[in-house]
Design a protein around this ligand. Sequence first.
Ligand SMILES: Cc1cc2nc3c(=O)[nH]c(=O)nc-3n(C[C@H](O)[C@H](O)[C@H](O)COP(=O)(O)OP(=O)(O)OC[C@H]3O[C@@H](n4cnc5c(N)ncnc54)[C@H](O)[C@@H]3O)c2cc1C
Length: 470
Amino acid sequence: MRGDYAFERFHGEPPLSVIRSRSLDLSGWGRFPVEKCDAYRPESVEEIRELIRVAPSESLISRGMGRSYGDASLNSGRGVILHERLNRILSFDPETGLLHCEASVTLAEIIDVFLPQGFFPAVTPGSKNISLGGAIAADVHGKNHHRDGTISGQVLGFHVLTGEGELVSCSRSENSRLFWATLGGMGLTGAVVDVRLKLRRVDSSYLKTQTIRTTDLQETLDEIILRDRDYDYSVAWIDCLARKKSLGRALLLRANPASPSELPSFERESPYSIRRKLPLTVPFSMPSFFLNSGNMKAFNSCFYWWPRRTEALRDFESYFYPLDAISNWNRVYGQKGVLQYQLVLPLESSSQGLREILERVAESGWASFLGVLKSTGPESGGLLSFPFEGTSLALDFPNRHDSIFAFLRELDRLVIHYGGRTYLAKDSSLTPSAFRTMYPAYEDFLEVKAEVDPNGRFSSSLSRRIGLTE
Ligand SMILES: Cc1cc2nc3c(=O)[nH]c(=O)nc-3n(C[C@H](O)[C@H](O)[C@H](O)COP(=O)(O)OP(=O)(O)OC[C@H]3O[C@@H](n4cnc5c(N)ncnc54)[C@H](O)[C@@H]3O)c2cc1C
């Protein structure tokens, strides 16, 4: 993914003030929307500062690995800062697990370098191909949110280059309002240039997993709400096309880290190695008829009924990142891409709210692959962070027809009715009024933004669509 963009620079006097952009068609991971943006690829913090000062684009937004689904890292007709050249690891303390690196370092790179030394990211989303800058901007969560919260819990501090070109050091004790506005702030407080993050010590690359099948929504919820606390990691793959008595049936995959003594004897010598798998790829965009509701139903049912061992050892790749094993898997949704929709509901309304939402999804004909259901723990302090205590459901809707937007609006109304919100890192459709209702701390966020970026130098297609910036 790195180095995809051909790039031009003038070499003149003074060199930094003549950085040029290249017009690129960019999209997020959902491949919708696709927008023409002025892409800049700075090579140093000083160059980003200079970009902020002189780039002719009306506004700028940072882009990491482009793994957010919608338009969070897009800036239609305006500037996008590609951070990929700022990806150096700066220091690591093996005593404490404290890592200091530039913000474009990815979780995949961290794992490659530090897992052999016995360290792993304490919080990781379902793809390791994301940058630390993107992880902070979305305040990402993983399969252990019910125990460990978002990545904010492991972040000791970072530097942000604000819209005024000021390099500000942020932590819980230093510029803490900017710290909590930037965590989850979708890149709108400025460009994060480096991060100090605590890695978790692990004894092997393996997890002891348990897989169980539930028969309906109530059983699924009982299991995840009451029993997830016995496991470090937990996720439920839900058959989102099952109806009536089977509504909400799911496969629960829970896991705890494995110690070397729990590995087969031939793995104990090198507990951090894993066997390489055959690289798989989706070679082209699938034709739209592939995603008809009959195929989707068959896929969901097969996944649910496929025979599996209840207890198994799995390596971290297959447990945390099953989709990363297939490169370009987002092409499966066809040329027009996919809209992902992730919501969280409070505990008290989860049962009724999820039932109504799943019923609407199943009867709507908006075919979707398996949904992902999780229990979530307490909120982080991020002003625009997504998860709070309750349950979260993520659904994929192939973008087959414009009427999907009316359907998503209907889901928004249900989510609001049940006291929930949707995730900005996955969003492509939220309206300003729905956003304001879902994220009541947006006014506090705007106060901090006005202090560090009074001229609105940072904005994105997402921030304008949801009415957060002009
Ligand atoms: C298969 C898959 C599974 C996923 N699973 C999860 C999950 O389980 N939990 C979860 O929380 N998320 C999940 N995500 C979403 C993903 O973790 C977030 O969207 C993350 O922000 C992507 O990081 P990125 O580097 O690709 O950022 P981009 O997509 O490039 O950008 C995302 C946001 O970060 C901002 N940003 C990027 N770099 C910087 C920087 N240096 N400074 C300031 N702002 C910056 C951008 O402006 C944008 O607003 C998943 C995504 C995929 C594709």
